[in-house]
Design a protein around this ligand. Structure first.
Ligand code: PLP
Length: 410
């Protein structure tokens, strides 16, 4: 009860028009029920939020309300580098937003630390390089209803909000996220999407993304899931999110109970680096897995962050330990200001070479390039298939660079 009263007081203090509707409609009856506090959180609270209780910290609404959204806020907890300072005067396409929990994982003194680079903008973001474009995947052209991207015949991407609890600096949708005054799509937009999906009987798989769908309120998530569930030809639903990584406190028993009602529901979680796997993330993923939701990780290959094969392998192993299967490794999309994040394609192939045969097949993601211009995801593999000899044998190369023949003449 004590916590509920505190939140009520808080809600009077904030400027509600700056909050996404999920906060305006904050369900005061919600039981928070997230009882983990990792070492880094503890230290960060003691240093920067001494008056905040563990209960407040573990309340996801508190996390969003107290997120770092300006350089002056950030400079209180991070020693900003010259390159991070310089960007302040320039226009960045994507706002800054970092939850206090995720900020606690940032190294205040190392501007090259992986998590810090994914979240804190630098001057490099303002440089437009050759081949970069705002909507590289041509999603706008594949849009039928405003919030539907229909590229593949049997499945759609359904963008339910343009709000995220943290903005990744290499975001492929930096042209479309965090742009609207009211961040969440309106119910009327969602209703148009449901009608579109209902009319197109070949759609058997709906991928809910955004922005981050799990920043919506429970009742909004339930409305979306239940509406999709009513469409007979929708066989399963996927949720694309980074919330278990940047806002694990959102993964409440209440949310799990809602999702469970609409099974089969799968989750694609955006993981980037092994440092993201903390006590809190483990707790959240354990809850998700126990709710019967299969998880896959979608990771963007990023220069100096996870392009070292050993770092990626460590990430893959840590993910499997928390029941998240590495699903995709994405070549970084050429969004404006992303050159400092992009690697060569060879760097991606090198990671795959380092994994296949050297670790569990389950630790091997599919390495893909989402083809600029709307070509969809195209898988890439090192040259295991060498060719055919005169007798019709397929020549194969294994993970040890040894050659083998397969009699391919049936
Ligand atoms: C990635 C994506 C999907 C889903 O692709 P899968 O390979 O099935 O995971 C669907 N639609 C769009 C537009 C996408 O970009």
């Amino acid at each position: 009860m004590e916590l509920l009263i505190k939140n009520q007081q808080n809600s009077n203090e904030v400027e509600l028009n700056e909050e996404p509707p999920s906060l305006i409609n904050f369900d005061l009856a919600q039981n928070v029920n997230f009882n983990v506090l990792g070492e880094k959180s503890k230290k960060f609270i003691a240093k920067f939020f001494p008056d905040v209780t563990a209960k407040q910290w573990n309340n996801w609404h508190w996390q969003i309300r107290n997120s770092f959204t300006s350089f002056s806020d950030l400079s209180k907890v991070i020693n900003l580098s010259k390159s991070e300072m310089e960007v302040v005067e320039k226009h960045t396409n994507l706002p800054v937003r970092i939850t206090p929990y995720f900020a606690s994982l940032i190294d205040p003194n190392d501007p090259l630390q992986a998590i810090r680079r994914t979240m804190v903008p630098t001057i490099d973001e303002t440089i437009l390089s050759k081949g970069e474009q705002p909507d590289p995947l041509g999603e706008h052209e594949d849009t039928t209803v405003n919030c539907i991207v229909h590229r593949y015949p049997d499945r759609v991407l359904f963008l339910v909000t343009d709000f995220c609890s943290a903005y990744c600096r290499y975001c492929t949708r930096s042209h479309s996220v965090a742009k609207a005054k009211s961040h969440h799509a309106y119910k009327s937009e969602w209703d148009k999407a449901f009608a579109y999906i209902a009319q197109n009987k070949q759609i058997r798989d709906v991928l809910i993304s955004g922005g981050d769908p799990l920043t919506l309120a429970d009742y909004q998530i339930e409305y979306i899931l239940s509406s999709l569930k009513q469409i007979e030809h929708v066989e399963y639903i996927r949720i694309g999110t980074k919330v278990p990584v940047v806002l694990p406190q959102r993964i409440t028993p209440q949310l799990m109970n809602i999702i469970k009602k609409y099974h089969p529901v799968l989750m694609s979680v955006h993981f980037t680096h092994p440092d993201e796997i903390t006590e809190e993330t483990k707790f959240a993923c354990n809850r998700i897995a126990n709710a019967g939701i299969p998880m896959g990780s979608q990771t963007v290959l990023l220069k100096g962050i996870n392009d070292d094969p050993d770092i990626y392998k460590k990430l893959a192993h840590e993910l499997l330990k928390i029941r998240v299967r590495p699903y995709y490794l994405y070549q970084c999309d050429p969004v404006p200001g992303s050159a400092h994040f992009r690697t060569s394609v060879e760097a991606g192939l090198n990671i795959i070479r380092h994994l296949r045969g050297h670790t569990s097949g389950y630790a091997n993601p599919q390495y893909v390039i989402d083809a600029p211009g709307g070509g969809g995801k195209i898988p890439l593999l090192p040259d295991y298939y060498v060719g055919k000899d005169e007798e019709g044998n397929v020549i194969l190369k294994n993970y040890e660079n040894k050659y083998f023949k397969y009699p391919d003449y049936v």
